[in-house]
Design a protein around this ligand. Sequence first.
Ligand code: PAF
Length: 293
Amino acid sequence: MTVLTKPEVITTIDELQGRLCLAKQNIAAKGGDAHVVLVPTMGALHDGHRALVRRAVALGQIVVVSIFVNPLQFGVNEDLDTYPRTLDADVAALAEEGATFVFAPHTRQMYPDGASTTRVTAGAVGSLYEGAARPGHFDGMLTVVAKLFNIVEPDVAVFGQKDAQQVFLVERMVADLNLRTSIEVVPTVREDTGLALSSRNRNLDEPARTAARSLSVGLTAAAAAAHGGVPAAIVAAHAVIGASPLVKLDYLVVVHPHTYLVVDDDYRGQARMLVAAMVGSTRLIDNISLDIP
Ligand code: PAF
């Protein structure tokens, strides 16, 4: 029988930093190189998060998983209050994956003076796509990620490709602010139906869950049609996603992987298609890489 070691759940910055210091000393005393890997999350962990943690465990000896539902990245009419909070189940899952520490601070630990006054701004791309639908979301996200990087001082931080615009902005923040953490990106984990795993999927009833599949089916159709160029890829995705009455498309764009700006119709090369839609009352996003010859 395998006995699982539960990760230590820590709620204060001081305690986390003390425990990290000790853990690094212990590894160094044994001649090891104490790599710290951070997996930032908002909890409600699913198999997509587990894949991030598995990658983290492969990358370093000390794996910190933060669980913090960050108020700064939620708009006034968004689901901050109803966002699922499942700490006990999350810790049990993290024990199975071999995380070392769970950092689960209270809001006042992260923002002792209320909404912190200094913020990281995401710049122009932060106002596009998800940022247009959720003003301020990416400033709030980058601010908490920067705080977590400063608190944990990880060598590596692991993010999921499902939140493609988030990954782009985090990578750009790291480059622009000369941060010392390198970013590892893990491919999107999907159900057998293709639906990308998301904490919000638990809000989908059966008809909405069926309709939600059209996002990944549409993206796959776009990737298959990309040899015909950008317009062909867009038409292919629209044909699938637009056919589903429960899906209200917000945006469907093809962006350049290095700028995240929309490419011209005659663009050729690597690109990424981003999609967001309301499926019933749940907002879902997904994306796929396109190779346009
Ligand atoms: O992707 C998320 O869950 C959040 O945006 C993150 C990166 C944990 C910051 O709150």
